[in-house]
Design a protein around this ligand. Structure first.
Ligand SMILES: Nc1nc2c(ncn2[C@@H]2O[C@H](COP(=O)(O)OP(=O)(O)OP(=O)(O)O)[C@@H](O)[C@H]2O)c(=O)[nH]1
Length: 422
């Protein structure tokens, strides 16, 4: 017996998880080529996705986001990139720092949203701006949008915006979240103690990333870089990490990432196991989703004049105790799962713990299904779909990677085991 394939199993899963009414929107497949918009013949390709791809660049204050953005604009490989810059305060310093603004017909290429933070007060401005970019005439002149957040943004509400705002979800797709990390200061920021319910932005930015750029390597030695990388991988096992100086990474590392494509989940889960093995070798806002205060007055030693200045000149003690409340946990078990049980378990888990479970990706082996079942979630939003067929001789089993706060490996493993077919 085999379960119906393509969409229908996913629908059953959704239907079975009744209490969860919000889902990640089913992504359409990625364009076969990055230049699909410019090439009419691709419009007949069933895998062509006309939605405007958007990349969110985040990273703590002074980590090198604008430096990375300048590199991207310089090496855009023919892509017409529109930039949305978010900054606190009315003076658009970052806009001045973007030296390689492109000349795109139809309007400014750098759009400033600086009356608050993207993750809370100006979220509706972001939606309106994206809708404008996604609609003619501006859409005809743009291949990709890059959104640079402030250093204190919590990426969760920004990510959710792409899935819960229906009109936007039909016109734009989140391609990936790229987090720039300042090697010199990241350990301090990761360990910064916050008041009870406040968000440690730096941890959140690392935990939610699809790609991490370990920047400013000129300021640390090899041992420090290795320890930092291991720490980042402990927090986020699903992201890939690239070491660099001055944000010098290939454009392909940042764009066309497919971080939220269900088609890529299997590969990402397998890659996460591989990477994890390696790493062990070596003013308050009213937004309920946004737990951070905006009253910080950070300073760092930029050549430009805004008022951040981190003066952390001491070396990091790499042996000190870390705040390990945000981690990645992988669970895997052989055998087949009962579809109803796994629906109930995952549905309830995400409903109850969705604020703490930031992201999940997994491959499930379901009784009676000849294909793998791929699953991903962002907080309470989730989707599942039928993936590749189990190969002849391949051992059937399920693997899930969770990234979140206060994750208990045993509890998650027991939960998954309880879904096994008897
Ligand atoms: N030594 C060193 N400095 C760097 C590197 N990358 C960027 N910088 C410098 O670090 C400072 C901050 O870089 P930005 O690109 O403005 O960082 P940002 O994340 O956009 O900063 P905010 O928008 O203020 O959060 C600038 O003076 C950069 O020239 C690096 O790899 N090594």
């Amino acid at each position: 017996m085999s379960l119906p394939v393509s969409g229908s199993t996913a629908s059953r899963t959704r239907a079975a998880v009744g209490p969860l009414r919000r889902h990640l929107k089913q992504p359409r497949r990625r364009p076969a080529r990055a230049q699909a918009v410019a090439d009419d013949t691709n419009l007949f390709d069933p895998s062509y996705d006309p939605r405007l791809p958007c990349t969110v660049i985040t990273g703590y204050l002074g980590s090198g986001k604008t430096t990375l953005l300048n590199n991207l604009l310089k090496n855009s490989e023919g892509k017409r990139i529109a930039v949305i810059e978010n900054e606190f305060g009315a003076i658009d310093i970052d806009s001045e720092l973007i030296t390689d603004k492109q000349n795109i017909d139809g309007g400014d290429t750098v759009i400033m949203l600086n009356n608050g933070c993207l993750c809370c007060t100006v979220r509706s401005d972001l939606i309106n701006m994206l809708l404008e970019l996604c609609s003619p005439p501006r859409r005809n002149n743009i291949d990709h949008v890059v959104i640079e957040t402030t250093g204190l943004a919590n990426p969760s509400p920004i990510i959710s915006t792409f899935f819960v705002e229906e009109m936007l979800a039909n016109l734009a797709r989140l391609d990936g979240l790229v987090t720039v990390v300042d090697s010199k200061h990241v350990m301090l920021h990761l360990d910064e103690e916050k008041p009870d319910d406040a968000v440690n932005e730096c941890l959140q930015q690392v935990a939610l990333a699809d790609r991490i750029i370990l920047n400013k390597l000129d300021l640390v030695d090899d041992d420090e870089a290795t320890a930092i990388e291991a720490r980042l991988r402990d927090i986020n096992r699903l992201a890939t990490v690239k070491r660099t100086i001055r944000g010098d990474v290939p454009t392909s590392y940042v764009m066309d990432v497919g971080g939220f494509e269900i088609d890529d989940v299997e590969e990402q889960v397998i890659e996460s196991e591989h990477q994890h093995g390696h790493s062990h070798d070596a003013d308050d806002c009213n937004d309920p989703d946004c737990g951070h205060e905006h009253s910080h007055s950070h300073e760092h030693s930029h050549s430009h004049e805004h008022s951040h200045s981190h003066s952390h000149e001491h070396s990091h003690d790499l042996d000190h105790v870390h705040d390990n409340t945000i981690t990645s946990v992988s669970v895997s078990i052989p055998g087949n799962l009962n579809l109803e049980r796994v629906n109930d378990w995952l549905g309830t888990l995400l409903e109850v713990r969705g604020n703490e479970i930031f992201r999940t990706k997994g491959i499930l082996s379901v009784t009676g299904c000849d294909n793998k079942f791929v699953f991903q979630s962002v907080h309470m939003l989730f989707e599942g779909d039928v993936g590749k067929e189990w190969a002849d001789g391949e051992e059937r089993g399920s693997k899930l990677v969770f990234i979140g706060k206060n994750l208990d490996q045993d509890e998650l493993e027991d939960g998954l085991k309880a879904c096994l077919e008897e």
